[in-house]
Every structure is written in structure tokens, then in C-alpha cells.
Design a protein around this ligand. Structure first.
Ligand SMILES: *[C@@H]1O[C@H](CO)[C@@H](O)[C@H](O)[C@H]1NC(C)=O
Ligand SMILES: *[C@@H]1O[C@H](CO)[C@@H](O)[C@H](O)[C@H]1NC(C)=O
Ligand SMILES: *[C@@H]1O[C@H](CO)[C@@H](O)[C@H](O)[C@H]1NC(C)=O
Ligand SMILES: *[C@@H]1O[C@H](CO)[C@@H](O)[C@H](O)[C@H]1NC(C)=O
Length: 243
């Protein structure tokens, strides 16, 4: 299985805000296996970092959307992070970039889960030598408990327009200059760790509606960072400083 060869689990923090303690009945822990979830479950998915071309078969000559679990993708220089947020809870996942540089692994990421019912997102730009995007919203859409789609949700650059710390890329992503990012052995001052806001939509296996997406949509994206009291001060205070 390709994923065991390439998998390196990198720094993971899973922070759940609404910590309901209902049971997790989903016993699927691999992002390369199929799960059928209900609202109280955890759900395992992966994020792979690589070049944009390597997420398409035959070095971008085919447009087929394959999962990184699929052997037909040759992700040689890549990194995988695995997460297990609670379904239908508002969660913020973070990837600490003080030792891991997304641009050293191609600068793009896809989110994925499943085998027979594999689904994955389009590649999202994270970082190159010039710019780093640190804030993402990932929506997981289920139908009767099976994952159908993963989307990166974007709401333009309204949050950073007029802020000289940010550059707006392609009218959709707020980016920080990579050379201002705190890195081992480098002089930057900003913690450019990635924050991924989770949102769930669709229906679980009992046909209950998942609606955390509507809650996320109704809050301003960055105001959510204030909700994560457990989050490392650096990330929170950084966003407080900018917004
Ligand atoms: C993939 O294609 C790009 C240009 O389209 C080329 O620069 C690169 O060397 C190719 N990579 C491989 C592994 O063939
Ligand atoms: C990959 O292929 C698509 C469609 O053929 C093309 O639009 C895109 O520019 C290519 N990307 C790279 C980086 O070569
Ligand atoms: C980094 O990405 C941005 C936005 O896509 C692009 O304008 C810039 O030229 C890239 N820089 C490098 C060094 O690749
Ligand atoms: C990332 O790791 C560095 C070094 O361990 C730490 O100082 C920083 O607070 C961490 N950032 C986040 C967002 O957890």
C-alpha cells in the first residue's frame, strides 16, 4: 500500500470546541479505508503535501482525481498528516510548520479518505518560497454516512484586505510572505502554522443532518480562532493581532 511507504505522520493537534462526550462507534482508523459514520463518531482522513502535478496521474497528463492511497499516483517527495475530528463538531486542526515546510514538499495539499468509496479534494496552494497561506476551511460532505466530497471553502480576501501583513492571491487566499515565517534556523517572526477549520454537511447513516457547515458559514472565518481557548497562544494571538 503506497501510503505506508510515504506516510510520515507530522505534528497534529486536534482541538474540539464543543466537547460532547458521546461515543465514537467508527472503528475505521485508516484514511485509506471506507467508513460509514453517525453524528457522534470520529472520522479519519488524511492530508497529503506534494507538487500540484503529482496529484494527477502521469505527471499531470491525466485529469483523473485519484486518492493519494491509490498506487497509480507516484507521490515520491510527499508528506501525509492524518486527523480524526469528531463528525459535526466545529474543530480547528493545526499543522505546526516550525519544523515542517510545506514548500519543501511541493507546496500543495489535498485532503482525502476512503478506498472503494475514495474521495479527495482538489489541490490547494499552501506555500512556495514567496507566499504562505495559513488559513483554510475544509468541508466534508456525507451522504447516508459515506463521504462523498471534500471541498476547500474560500470566502475571498475580505479578512485581509487593507492589512499590509497579507497579500491576496488569486482573489481567494490571504497569504503571508514566507520570509516572515518563523522557521528553524531562519529569522522570521510569524508562526505560519496551518489552521484548518472543519465543517461537515450532508447526512449520517441514520439520515440525521450534519450542519456544522452552517454554523461555520454564519461566523466570520477568523473570529473562530478566538473560540479555541486550548490552542497554543502563538496561533491565537497571531490572529488576534492581525484581525
Ligand atoms: C513533469 O512535467 C513537468 C512539466 O510539465 C516537468 O518539468 C517535470 O520534470 C516532469 N516530472 C517528471 C517526474 O516527469
Ligand atoms: C496540468 O494540466 C492542466 C490541464 O491539462 C493544465 O491546465 C495545467 O496548467 C497543468 N499544470 C501544470 C503545473 O503543468
Ligand atoms: C509563488 O506563488 C505565487 C502565487 O501563485 C506566484 O505568484 C509566485 O510567482 C510564486 N513564487 C515562486 C518563487 O514560485
Ligand atoms: C509550533 O512549534 C513551536 C516550536 O515547538 C512552538 O514554539 C509554537 O508555539 C508551535 N505553534 C503552534 C501553533 O502550536
Amino acid at each position: 500500500m503506497a501510503i505506508t511507504q510515504i506516510a510520515t505522520i507530522i505534528f497534529i493537534y486536534i482541538i474540539s470546541v464543543l466537547s460532547e462526550s458521546r461515543s465514537d462507534t467508527n472503528h475505521v482508523f485508516s484514511p485509506c479505508s471506507d467508513a460509514k459514520i453517525q453524528r457522534s463518531d470520529g472520522f479519519t482522513f488524511g492530508i497529503a503535501f506534494s507538487t500540484k502535478n503529482s496529484f494527477y496521474p502521469d505527471n499531470n497528463s491525466s485529469r483523473v482525481q485519484l486518492s493519494p492511497c491509490d498506487k497509480r499516483l507516484s507521490l515520491s517527495n510527499s508528506q501525509i498528516a492524518v486527523f480524526r475530528p469528531k463528525v459535526d463538531q466545529i474543530s480547528l486542526l493545526t499543522i505546526n510548520t516550525s519544523k515542517f515546510s510545506p514548500d519543501a514538499y511541493g507546496g500543495y495539499m489535498v485532503a482525502f479518505a476512503g478506498r472503494k468509496y475514495a474521495a479527495r479534494s482538489l489541490p490547494a496552494f499552501v506555500a512556495n518560497g514567496t507566499f504562505t497561506v495559513t488559513s483554510f476551511t475544509l468541508a466534508l460532505e456525507f451522504k447516508k454516512g459515506r463521504l462523498q466530497n471534500l471541498f476547500w471553502k474560500r470566502d475571498g480576501c475580505s479578512k485581509c484586505s487593507g492589512d499590509s501583513n497579507f497579500v491576496c492571491l488569486n482573489n481567494q487566499d490571504c497569504a503571508i510572505k514566507t520570509n516572515s515565517c518563523l522557521k528553524q534556523g531562519q529569522g522570521g517572526s510569524v508562526d505560519c502554522s496551518l489552521g484548518i477549520q472543519m465543517a461537515f454537511s450532508g447526512t449520517d447513516k441514520h439520515m440525521s443532518v450534519l450542519n456544522s457547515w452552517y454554523e461555520v458559514k454564519n461566523l466570520r472565518q477568523y473570529s473562530l480562532y478566538g473560540l479555541y481557548s486550548n490552542l497554543k497562544d502563538s496561533l491565537t494571538s497571531q490572529y488576534n493581532k492581525f484581525f
